[in-house]
Design a protein around this ligand. Sequence first.
Ligand code: SF4
Ligand code: SF4
Length: 234
Amino acid sequence: MELGQGILVGHWVTLRRFLLTFWRDLRTGKAIHRRGGGHMLIDLWGSPRSRADTPVVQQDFKTDGLFTVEYPDERLPVYERFRVLPVLLYDTEDGNVRCTSCNICAKVCPPQCIWMSQAKGPKGNVLPLPEEFFIDMDVCMNCGLCSEYCPFDAIKMDQNFELSNYERHQTHIYSLQDLLVSTEYYAKTHPEAWSSPEEVAERNKVAKKKDQRLQKALGATAAPAKPAPQPAKA
Ligand code: SF4
Ligand code: SF4
């Protein structure tokens, strides 16, 4: 390649992409509905507020043009397997929290950012439920190992990535209440996984297993206390 030819080719590629972006929008009529930014002449017709009301994605993987998404007014679709922080599931039908507080996820978590305590029955015996459950979101590296190893299908990876705020000490430690989501929510965000034969079989298996453990623990709670051994008579 001649000296300087590479620079010219690079510029041509950039220019071509730039022009194609506007050509595609004009060809599909989407330029009229473009939201956010306000840099296009057509945007002058709408108020900034109304422009931001309808998030749209102008560009997808088929786009032949610039790859700029005007976040947060525009959002790229999130794929089902995209994962951020874990969440804990409770069953929509009966509100049962699936976690048994077995501690396996905490043990396998590479940066050790999960900790919990087990719930106790009235007689002080341990119940297969978490009393407290915490994840430090600043430490979690989104590896998904907790979800892979959970024997009760109770912890799953979520797709919500908009987690930033202005306080980075208290609010970045997620408690049980912050982490709980319904199975309905999970089914909506992970339709393919939720309806897969493997997940359905696993769900049925763990529901039975968890129910047995809970009944056993509650049975132990309800059982009458054994009389304390009497001292031998002199
Ligand atoms: S591995 Fe599953 S059931 Fe065990 S404590 Fe973690 S989330 Fe709960
Ligand atoms: S995703 Fe990985 S780092 Fe985050 S809590 Fe689960 S095991 Fe730990």
